[in-house]
Write a protein that binds this ligand. Sequence first.
Ligand code: PRP
Length: 201
Amino acid sequence: MITVALPKGRLLNDFMEYLEKQGLEHYSTGLDAKSRSLYTTVNDVKFIYAKGRDVPIYVENGSADIGIIGLDIITENEFNIMNVSRLPFGECHFSICGLPGVERFRTIATTFKNIAFQYFKQKRQQVSLIHLNGSVELAPLLGLADGIVDIVETGSTLRANGLIEYEKIMDVHARLIANRQTFYTKEDEIYPFLKEIGVFE
Ligand code: PRP
């Protein structure tokens, strides 16, 4: 049996929509967990529902053989995993955002401190970075920071809070990741699954 780590939230919904479009309802309905159970098994494939940030940790340690994760998470932190391929969903991007009328960003709130640090370093722009765990859009509204570096997907969170995008930093999409050992030792099980879901030829 192989174990697939999935990130709870938006990316899981995107993956289920993708499976549905591929006509793989047995997987999409099987994954549509209504209970609080953190795993499910479909066709001898065990799926675990993890926090997005923890997906690469389960894969790195071999608790999961493969995983689905946003490029944001594996760009922000380094993991000893195989970054196998791009998946055709989960498109969004990182931007610098703030209230209208900011002339120069001095303090930036973000959950992605390394991505923000690299970006401003490369622009040779000095800013203070404040780490927040989520809902970073609050920071400029409360005067904690004059800008944020955050993920924008539909733009509705920004609009709802009167914020605008100043500059796009990088594109993000979903990635297939794999454990460095079991991707080969369990290839007889992993490849047919990836082929079935249309990820590999
Ligand atoms: C992400 C991101 C933005 C929002 C953007 O947050 O941090 O807040 O989605 O999406 P939108 O452009 O479609 O509105 P998420 O919902 O994952 O929660 P978080 O704020 O706790 O990080």
